[in-house]
Design a protein around this ligand. Structure first.
Ligand SMILES: Cc1cc2nc3c(=O)[nH]c(=O)nc-3n(C[C@H](O)[C@H](O)[C@H](O)COP(=O)(O)OP(=O)(O)OC[C@H]3O[C@@H](n4cnc5c(N)ncnc54)[C@H](O)[C@@H]3O)c2cc1C
Length: 460
């Protein structure tokens, strides 16, 4: 027998986007139901460094203290190198910031606190239930059909259905939301967790891109340390044949991380992703809206998806609340939020895609970075991009590009090819700005991602 319930809002997905959105909406007086096929605590394929712009929202949700109690040290310093350019040092904090610029908490430990905050706010949680269909009335989405583990079907009705169901979103597929600005990954990732890594006097995130090698690492919750490699996709075969050997060859390229994990115990198998696409999706239509990765996924190398999902849903909750107080304006409120999302995320999207490119970094970009490294104020601005407090154009705009090119032209060792490289970067940037004005929508099917779990250890 099929059961039917009714709410103001149904949110599909209970992680970084879903549960926080539901919490804000329920607190604002709406009745909200969250549906997720998972039961929590539950892991998901994602590493998990996140920054101040998201941490502030975790504090508003009342979830930060519980998350900190998982034992992840507040990360207050960065080891950051691009080729030979050293941008290391602490990020800047403002007077009223939480004293936690960055954190690294495994998703199995993080997401459970988001779900708990939603429950505490009074949100109805329907876990272990998969959304398999939409209910529509005269072309407007008015609910979802779910099925539980025993195959029992239920219908949930609402004035608004939110797809917070990740990059392979069911709600996006069912509504036919099209994608734009699609990019294809040029690197793969592989990571593992360690115990027994010597404690640092100050917790640091490590970030080192050199040629095709890329290493990211940080101390995480409950005594774990995560070490991630993001080699070029050309290395896929080497990783398939000897994942551990290839992983170690990449880690060795970042001496401080290699030193930290060499004597430690690897306590999990290697996990990873060898192919994904970055995209924006049409964010809203009649009776539905997409939040978090469901609406926008970017190269995860700079680690900004979690904070961005939190930022997005805080703003989205305000738009939804306004829309419920003026139902005649609800659709327009959601479209306005969509425009805000794109404007807020666009520069960071291309920044992430550039960081995730394979091969050597353009010499002109490296010259800009040299200028950044030599000026503490600019170095802080650069780190602010990771904290989503500065937009990439503030550091890599045409002015910076012109100055770096001029410096290169004045240096006989750097002069060769400088103008051509600068012209390439200008053309790429202009192309992106033009594309932003007229996005090319694609109906192409969602890419088949390739994920892997490799080499079980005795402890895993
Ligand atoms: C390899 C990799 C590494 C990453 N590393 C980082 C990092 O270091 N830092 C960072 O900030 N971000 C990182 N990200 C990005 C980050 O994982 C996402 O941005 C973030 O998880 C987005 O949260 P979300 O709530 O939108 O989606 P998700 O976390 O994907 O949650 C979606 C939820 O929807 C549920 N769901 C899906 N379909 C259905 C259905 N039909 N019915 C019911 N429930 C459904 C799922 O069970 C899931 O719980 C990484 C991503 C990847 C892939």
């Amino acid at each position: 027998m099929s059961v039917s319930e009714r709410f103001d809002v149904i949110v599909v997905g209970a992680r970084c986007a879903g549960s926080p959105l539901a919490t804000f909406l329920q607190r604002a007086g709406l009745s909200v139901c969250v549906v997720d096929q998972a039961e929590f605590p539950s892991d998901t394929l994602s590493t998990h460094m996140f920054q101040l712009s998201g941490i502030e929202i975790l504090q508003k949700l009342g979830a930060l203290d519980g998350i900190l109690a998982e034992g992840a040290p507040p990360i207050t310093d960065c080891y950051m190198k691009f080729e030979d350019v050293d941008l290391s040092g602490p990020p800047r904090l403002r007077p009223h910031d939480p004293k936690v610029p960055m954190l690294c908490v495994r998703r199995i430990a993080l997401d459970v606190h988001l779900v708990a905050a939603a429950r505490a706010a009074g949100v109805e949680m329907r876990l272990h239930r998969r959304v398999v269909g939409l209910i529509e009335d005269d072309g407007r989405v008015v609910g979802v059909r779910t099925v539980d583990r025993e195959g029992k079907v239920a219908t949930l009705r609402a004035d608004l259905v939110v797809g917070a169901d990740g990059r392979l979103s069911t709600i996006a597929r069912l509504t036919g939301a099209r994608r734009y600005h699609v990019t294809t990954s040029e690197r793969m990732s592989s990571w593992a967790y360690y115990r027994g890594v010597p404690k640092q006097p100050v917790a640091k995130v490590y970030y080192h891109r050199k040629g095709d090698d890329f290493v990211v690492a940080a101390p995480a919750d409950n005594g774990h340390f995560v070490a991630i490699v993001c080699p070029s996709l050309d290395e896929r075969e080497a990783y398939r044949v000897d994942g551990e050997g290839a992983y170690w060859r990449t880690i060795e390229g970042c001496a401080p991380v290699a030193e930290l994990v060499r004597g430690a115990e690897r306590v999990t198998k290697f996990r990873g992703l060898t192919r994904f696409e970055g995209f924006f999706r049409e964010a809203t239509g009649r009776g539905w809206v997409l939040a978090g990765d469901a609406g926008h996924f970017k190269d995860p190398t700079p680690g900004q998806g979690i904070s961005d999902a939190l930022r997005q849903v805080e703003k989205l909750s305000e738009a939804i609340v306004r829309g419920f107080s003026r139902p005649d304006r609800r659709d327009e409120e959601l479209r306005r939020w969509w425009r805000w999302r794109d404007a807020d995320a666009m520069q960071h999207y291309w920044f992430a895609a550039d960081i995730g490119k394979r091969g050597p970094i353009s010499p002109v970009l490296l010259e800009i970075l040299r200028g950044v490294a030599a000026n503490e104020e600019l170095r802080q601005d650069f780190l602010d991009i990771f904290l989503h407090r500065a937009y990439p154009r503030e550091v890599f705009g045409f002015g910076a590009l012109a100055m770096a090119t001029a410096r290169m032209l004045a240096d006989p060792h750097k002069r060769r090819g400088a103008l051509g490289e600068a012209a390439k970067l200008v053309a790429e940037e202009l192309g992106r700005r033009k594309q932003a004005l007229r996005p090319r929508l694609t109906e192409k099917a969602i890419v088949d991602e390739m994920q892997f779990d490799q080499q079980t250890t005795s402890a895993a």
